[in-house]
Design a protein around this ligand. Structure first.
Ligand code: UD1
Length: 336
């Protein structure tokens, strides 16, 4: 029996593949390389010592997906495959709705046809929208401010409704806070296409000399130093959360939702200082106006995952800064 990872060559999927194999699961990866690289598979082989079965293609292709389910004995799916750039989703909404929503529906139809009814889904703290107050708990109302966020809200609803309609389904929604860091080998990490949108890849590309300086979006928020506060979580802690969520999912029915965060927020300036102190590299920055759609503060109440899954983030901010830098400095051009 295998666990199928859609988007398994991506940043979160690849780290989860490593932790699943370490925990004794057999893994199959499907990916279309729209935001990842075939080189990830070589790196995974070096880390795990295994040739992970791999299928290249899109989850929009039903025939392709069907074939994977015919050829393998799949027990459950962890569904990572989705587009995730907020700005691009505003410019090209149909691209996002088609890939994320239609892709998910196609996957669920194929799973249903093959009677594979266990799914763990990559959701995001973005579904808490802009009006909820941190610490964020799972039962708060969801909303969105951009097409990417709406796709996450809608995919969650689709999965909840599927589990309601058919009690054989077991659905686990994982709401990620801000994953950063990399596997401690430095072999896999986050490799964004083009100029990074997210803070830590931007910082590491400044550090490695690819970008001149960091723009800090706003220093007039109602936070300790005026810059935005987020709940940064080490990617390996996040990946381990998937293993525990999957184990719980395999013995459950219905749907459940878990935040995967540390429960602690750090500001942009705190992060910059922690990166400099840990790695002895200077990060020049300028203060810019606020970025549209950003909120002052976002961090998890992570107690439900602790109680029900026995999961808790272990790694420190220093670990996150060190591991992010090891990955970037060893791979200045990502997987290229
Ligand atoms: C962003 C997305 C969110 C998505 C998540 C994961 C937005 C508005 N939100 O979250 O929907 O789920 O990524 O991909 O895009 N910052 C800077 N300078 C930079 C980059 C970021 O100051 O160059 C600041 C931001 O203002 C924020 C913090 O750093 O305060 C974190 O930003 P980021 O890494 O983009 O994550 P989120 O905005 O939390």
């Amino acid at each position: 029996m295998s666990i199928l990872l859609t988007g398994g060559a991506g940043y979160i999927g690849s780290h989860t593949a490593v932790e699943l194999i370490t925990a004794g699961f057999e893994v199959i990866i499907v990916d279309d390389f729209s935001n990842s690289s075939p080189e990830v598979l070589n790196r995974l082989k070096t880390i795990t010592g295994q040739n992970i079965p791999f299928y290249e293609g899109t989850i929009l292709d039903k025939t392709f997906l069907n074939n994977i389910f015919y050829e393998n004995d799949i027990e459950a799916v962890i569904h990572f495959a989705a587009f995730k750039a907020v700005g691009e989703s505003v410019e090209q909404p149909l691209k996002y709705y088609k890939n994320n929503i239609t892709g998910t529906i196609t996957l669920l139809e194929v799973m249903n046809a093959h009677k594979v009814k266990n799914i763990v889904f990559s959701s995001s703290a973005t579904v808490y929208g802009i009006n909820n107050i941190s610490p964020l708990t799972e039962e708060l109302p969801t909303s969105a401010t951009n097409p990417y966020g709406y796709t996450k809200v809608m995919m969650e609803q689709i999965l909840i409704d599927v589990a309601k309609a058919d009690p054989e389904w077991s659905v686990t929604l994982l709401r990620y806070f801000n994953p950063i860091g990399a596997h401690e080998s430095g072999l896999i990490g986050e490799a964004p296409n083009g100029v990074p949108n997210n803070l830590v890849p931007y910082i590491t590309q400044v550090a490695v000399g690819k970008l001149k300086e960091l723009s800090i979006f706003g220093d007039d928020y109602n936070t300790l130093d005026g810059t935005g506060v987020r709940d940064y979580i080490h990617i390996v802690d996040l990946a381990k959360g998937h293993v525990l969520a999957l184990k719980q999912n395999l013995g459950a029915q219905g749907s459940d939702i878990f935040n995967l965060g540390t429960g602690k927020g750090y500001s942009v300036l705190e992060l910059v200082k922690a990166f400099e102190a840990e790695n002895h590299v200077a990060i020049p920055y300028v203060i810019k106006p606020r970025r549209a759609g950003d909120i002052a503060t976002c961090y998890a109440d992570a107690s439900k995952a602790n109680k029900k899954l026995g999961w808790k983030a272990q790694k420190t901010l220093q670990d996150m800064m060190r591991d992010s830098w090891r990955w970037q400095s060893q791979n200045p051009n990502g997987y290229q």
